[in-house]
Write a protein that binds this ligand. Structure first.
Ligand code: PAF
Length: 276
């Protein structure tokens, strides 16, 4: 495995390769990320992973400075997964000048849900992912389904900007108690960690009821939010949306997804569960 820090060096190493599978990350890798690497290995002959904590996707009050940076441990994991190249640029490499060109996803998709609570978030994500795609030029890119809205934004960006990249969604990896693995779980105190699986539990409750024919969706969403609030959470949203575009109108047979975001203590957790 080779760690590469500059764009020109990476281009030199990858130039002409057609079967690259790419996993963009912000590091602090956990078992969920490891499954992304394994999926990449199935799809590409060369596996490239990027580690870059992207300032553009953090709001001014968010955790950019304290986001966990664990580069040595990350590299050990990537090495044991047989990753070929780790692209780990510093900020000067990706932003030699202040970034003033952006990929701006449609408000209908990106200004709702996460975008409502984290203004500019998907502009930051789409811009950095577009830059990384231009640098790595992968044939495949793998994204986890926990960040469901991110996945939809990237899929639409690739389709609408005619990027020749197949986006591969990868199922959420969970701890035994249901909590979706996330780098931000590291922020949880012991008490918060034992409370945290309740986000998944209430979302699963909605999903199970939908599968058994429940139609009172708004009532179930409100009950779930109320339950979490009663347990000390600050709920941003617990909502059922169309899988295809995250719109709120529920047609009779449309595939649905339960999406949730809530804060326990100072830590904001998100989760998603496709119904069915
Ligand atoms: O999902 C993430 O870790 C980030 O949003 C990504 C895709 C690496 C862009 O910074």
């Amino acid at each position: 495995m080779q760690v590469v820090e500059s764009v020109s060096a990476l281009r030199g190493l990858l130039g002409g390769q057609s079967a690259i599978a790419f996993v963009p990350t912000m590091g602090n890798l956990h078992e969920g990320h490891v499954t992304l690497m394994r999926e990449a290995r199935k799809r590409g002959r060369i596996v490239v992973v990027s580690i870059f904590v992207n300032r553009l996707q953090f709001g001014p009050q968010e955790d950019f400075d304290r986001y966990p940076r664990t580069f040595a441990a990350d590299c050990a994991k990537l090495e044991s997964e047989g990753v070929d190249y780790v692209f780990a640029p510093d900020e000067q490499v990706l932003f030699p000048h202040p970034q003033d060109f952006f990929v701006i996803p449609s408000p209908q998709l990106a200004d709702i849900l996460e975008g409502e609570f984290r203004p500019g978030y998907f502009r930051g994500v789409a811009t950095i992912v577009a830059k990384l795609f231009n640098i790595v030029q992968p044939a495949h890119a793998i994204f986890g389904m926990k960040d469901y809205q991110q996945l939809r934004v990237i899929e639409r960006m690739v389709a609408q900007l005619n990027m020749p990249i197949a986006i591969q969604p990868n199922p959420t990896v969970r701890a035994g108690d249901g909590l979706a693995l996330s780098s931000r779980n590291n922020y949880l105190s012991a008490a918060e960690r034992s409370e945290a699986p309740n986000l998944h539990r209430v979302m699963r409750g909605i999903s199970v009821r939908l599968q058994s024919g429940e139609r009172a969706i708004a009532k179930r969403e409100a009950e779930a939010a109320l339950e979490l609030t009663g347990r000390g959470w600050q709920v941003d949203y617990i909502t059922v949306r169309r899988q295809s575009d995250l719109g709120a109108q529920h047609g009779a047979r449309e595939p649905l997804v339960v999406l949730g975001a809530a804060r326990i203590g100072k830590t904001r957790l998100i989760d998603s569960l496709e119904v069915g």
